[in-house]
Design a protein around this ligand. Structure first.
Ligand code: GDP
Ligand code: MG
Length: 440
């Protein structure tokens, strides 16, 4: 697992406040390995690692920022710089043209995007112009039925340009027109000629190139070819539910000077996400939430005095015990020792009371703790406040986002439940008033 070896190298920087050239070199080597394994274009990887190296050696880490966090922030910033924010798609009337090779996921993405726009209160229509692939009409019709959005196609027509023209007329009342096109197995002249003609008739506001996440070094040529013919404004990466991390598509973003619009994460119409750099980059590197870390370092740089450890163990005994509490508690353990000792620090909570705790409720080894922290960094605030509402699909997403396994996420939730139960026992020992009196 590359993510964990990168994490390991970064962990070697733990506790250091200055970084040596050797440190930077080993981190950069790991970053290169992760990015290449994620199919990122070789020359892009080299460019990225050069700028990371230069910055890590030249810039001064803000006071009190661990070297590890500082380097990670630079890595994150450089990647955000390359990938950019998601392609702008205003929630208003517009026409979107989809381009790409056969099997890249255009038709599926057309229906998914239409579904997505419909959830935003717009009235989308999908126009299917693929006269090349047998069954294309039926496939698009079925997908749009599942998405419950309007569809136009003509299984008997032979000219895709005519279908596009008629389709726009027939669906003139819709807000968002998504025009699906035919692909080919490879870049062929007739494909390019056809899509240029369609583009001329459709006059799209946005042309999106659809790429399979598994695309490797071929993305560059494809992107250049489509960009030269119709102008690419953004990229859709599909099949991210598989093992491919979609790094190949970054070459397309770079080549077209565009950005990523959507991510496809499954075969159903609602398996679509609007792109956001944080999760994507974390996944690319096989690491937990880099974005949050970057923000933390950002704050340190702004010199606002945010106290990291403003957590008070006594708070834990009041109100609901949430994953936020558990996270803070795990963080505090770095400084204070295990929870059993932490409880000793609370007046009136030591001695006999502690003995009533189930042994393993408090036993979190350092390694598990680190995994838990990475996992929790990939959770939303709502999930941390209401861990009991976390279901299977969220577990899957969190595992993916944090570069860990579903099993680890379940383990964390199990640990949380045990701790919650323990805390409840303490809470149950007296009324709140009594508790407060005891603590004074
Ligand atoms: P097109 O030829 O570009 O229109 O590609 P299709 O939309 O027909 O997709 C090709 C195949 O990939 C189909 O079997 C789709 O179900 C599948 N597919 C598309 N997007 C995704 C995705 O995000 N995840 C998965 N697992 N399969 C996908
Ligand atoms: Mg298709």
């Amino acid at each position: 697992d590359l993510g964990s070896s990168l994490r390991g190298t970064l962990d070697d920087l733990r506790g250091k406040s200055r970084i040596s050239e050797d440190d930077v070199e080993s981190v950069v080597t790991e970053i290169q390995r992760s990015l290449l394994a994620a199919d990122v274009d070789v020359s892009l990887v080299m460019e990225l690692s050069d700028s990371i190296e230069t910055r890590a050696l030249e810039e001064e880490p803000p006071a009190g920022t661990p070297a590890r966090d500082f380097v990670l922030r630079i890595v994150y910033e450089e990647l955000v710089d390359l990938i950019g924010e998601s392609t702008e798609l205003p929630l208003e009337e517009q026409t979107i043209l989809l381009a790409g090779l056969q099997g890249s996921g255009k038709t599926t993405s057309a229906a998914k995007m239409a579904w997505w726009f419909s959830t935003k209160g717009l009235k989308p229509a999908v126009i299917q112009t693929d006269t090349f692939r047998p069954g294309a009409y039926d496939q698009a019709k079925q997908m749009t039925e599942r998405a419950e959005v309007e569809f136009y196609g003509n299984p008997d027509a032979e000219d895709p340009v005519e279908i596009a023209r008629n389709g726009l007329e027939e669906t003139a009342h819709a807000d968002v027109h998504i025009v699906d096109t035919a692909g080919r197995h490879a870049l062929e002249d007739d494909l390019i000629a056809e899509i240029e003609e369609i583009e001329g008739v459709v006059e799209p506001d946005t042309s999106l190139l659809v790429l399979d996440a598994a695309i490797g070094q071929g993305a560059k040529d494809q992107a250049r070819e489509f960009h030269d013919s119709i102008g690419i404004d953004g990229v859709v990466i599909t099949k991210l539910d598989g093992t491919a991390k979609g790094g190949g598509a970054l070459a397309a973003v770079d080549q077209t000077d565009s950005s990523i619009a959507f991510l496809g994460t499954g075969e159903e119409v609602d398996d679509i996400e609007r792109f956001e750099p944080e999760g994507f980059i974390s996944r690319l590197l096989g690491m937990g939430d880099l974005g949050q870390l970057a923000e933390r370092v950002e704050r340190a740089m702004e010199q606002t005095d945010i106290e990291e450890d403003d957590w008070d163990p006594e708070d834990m005994l009041q109100g609901n015990f949430t994953l936020n509490d558990m996270q803070k508690q795990l963080e505090a353990m770095n400084n204070m020792g295990p929870l059993s000792q932490v409880l000793d620090m609370i007046p009136g909570m030591g001695g006999g009371l502690k003995d009533q705790l189930p042994d393993d409720a408090m036993d979190v080894t350092e390694e598990r703790m680190r995994t838990f922290q990475v996992i929790m960094d990939s959770m939303t605030d709502a999930e941390k406040e209401y861990p009991r509402a976390i279901g299977a699909s969220q577990i899957e997403r969190i595992a993916r986002g944090s570069g860990t396994s579903e099993e680890s996420v379940r383990e964390l939730l199990q640990q949380y439940k045990m701790m919650e139960k323990t805390i409840k026992q303490f809470q149950g020992m007296g009324s709140e008033k009594e508790m407060q009196r005891m603590m004074q």
